[in-house]
Design a binder for this molecule. Sequence first.
Ligand SMILES: Nc1ncnc2c1ncn2[C@@H]1O[C@H](COP(=O)(O)OP(=O)(O)OP(=O)(O)O)[C@@H](O)[C@H]1O
Ligand SMILES: [Mg+2]
Length: 593
Amino acid sequence: MAQDDVKDRLFGDKKMSLWTIMVRTFAYLKKEIWSFVLALVLLVFSVAVNMLTPLVLKQFTNDLNLAESGVDFHDLLILGLGYFGLIVINQFLVYIQSMLLQKAGQKIIYRLRNDVFEHVEGMSIAQLNMMPVGSLVTRVAFYTANMSDLFTNTLVSIFRNILTIAGVAVIMFILSPALAGIMMGFLAVVFVISFFFSRHVKRIFRLERAKQSEFNSFLNESLSGMKIVQLYVQENRKKKQFDEQNLYLRKLRMKVVAAFAVYRPTISFLYYLALGATFFFAFRLNLSSGDVVAFYMLLSNFFSPIERLADSLNNLQRAHAASEKLYSLLDVKPDVVDSPSAIAIDSFRGEIEFRNVWFAYENEDWILKDVSFHVAPKQTVAFVGATGAGKTTILSLIVRNFVPQKGDIFIDGINIKDIQIKSLRKAVGQMLQDVFLFSGSIKDNITLYDSDAYTDEEVMKVCDYVNASSFINNLDGGLNSPVIEKGENFSSGQRQLLSFARTVLSHPQILILDEATANIDTETEKLIQDSLNKMKSIGTMLVVAHRLSTIQHSDNIIVLQGGRVMESGTHQELLHQKGLYFKLYQLQFEQAS
Ligand SMILES: Nc1ncnc2c1ncn2[C@@H]1O[C@H](COP(=O)(O)OP(=O)(O)OP(=O)(O)O)[C@@H](O)[C@H]1O
Ligand SMILES: [Mg+2]
């Protein structure tokens, strides 16, 4: 793999032979196999008809020469009409052939895209963190198309062109072995030039693809982060980076253009040279005018297939590279999957236990150190601690976004490794630190696009419950008001309330709340506080709170520092201990007053 390709490599990428790829792709092709077989048969037929043209014209020309000595005009007419009919039929078959291939190809792309997307959906957060979004976009959107191109265009075209070249060569040798021999010389030269040309552009194409993917990643990140860029007046710097990449892409494209600009005229020149040679040697070899016409036509049938063959070899390379990347991605095994014996659980009581849990995102860089705690069903437990103490990490282990290296986590006494991930995640309602809203309507975001499953009244009832209805009712469209990408048209407090509604609607038995650190106005804070108190009755609740006022009435408060549990107890107990919690409390109290 070229060094420049590195940026487009995901951690699982590996090399595969063209053969391996074909065999794997055959699985996608199987359902469409009859379309392909039929298309190939039609193709052989159309190549044969094409081959006939020069021979018919030869006959025609020779007949015309003889016309003076009295050839039947009627015979000529039959010959002409018959041939014309054949061409019409052939064009119709070409139409059917290309429709068959395209239809089959589009079905393959469709299935491939679905598979790749589904596969990416099944990956763990840790795996996704290692994959730049731009690369994934390029793979799902473009590489799938490149790959199906292999079967709908490239291989068919290679087959057709080789067939054509062979056919032409055979007819040439039948007409005049000597002249055919000379033409083979031209064929060899054109092929060698085309081969090296294709190797050259292949390299540029590959670079271009890698750069394009990098560019997509860059665009994705810059556009998502535009607000920050503007906030810090970094537009010029971003613009400069953009400009560099844009310019590079333009230069690469120009290299391709330049290569073609040299290649095409060279081939044309050779074509005319071959044509000149034909006339010259026809004269020398005493060929009939019919033979000359036939050779003239055969030549044009000769050069373009060779050119196209070189082109196809390029595409073959591109399809190969694309397939390699796609299959590599499909081969990355999701690292958090159900064990074969995992059980589905409909409803949990909501008892949670961490037993000596150690966890590191990377290597032995322990983020959680020997964390143990127990939460009884329906209890509310709060986690407090400085930023980076590991609070969010603890919550993400419960839903198996990540897996601890040591220790175990139990829900209702069952190790979560033995619970099907789906039923686990269904039971746990997560209200995360950064609420992610999708573009769509408010209702879409609360029902997570399962809008039809709930009536507006049901959704509104939940909004009422979590105190979100007041601000929703103030919007012109109510529940149908639009949410723009990432929910930027709502305040962080409002977003938090929407995530509460989302959670309550899904009837979880365990609720997880990672309180937003962002400043929330006192009014919204009160709404959130009140809503939280209500939600306590739904099930077991784990709360990460930054405002200690939020959690004073929790059944238990766990104080973390550097990934270790330092203290635990009720608000009053912890205040009496005069330890870490006491200090945190004093600090916040001082700030507030
Ligand atoms: N995906 C990740 N990959 C590597 N390290 C991570 C990742 N997420 C968090 N960390 C690290 O783990 C530590 C704990 O992070 P965590 O998000 O659990 O803290 P927190 O207690 O929730 O902090 P905050 O109060 O700021 O939300 C931090 O040092 C952080 O740098
Ligand atoms: Mg956090």
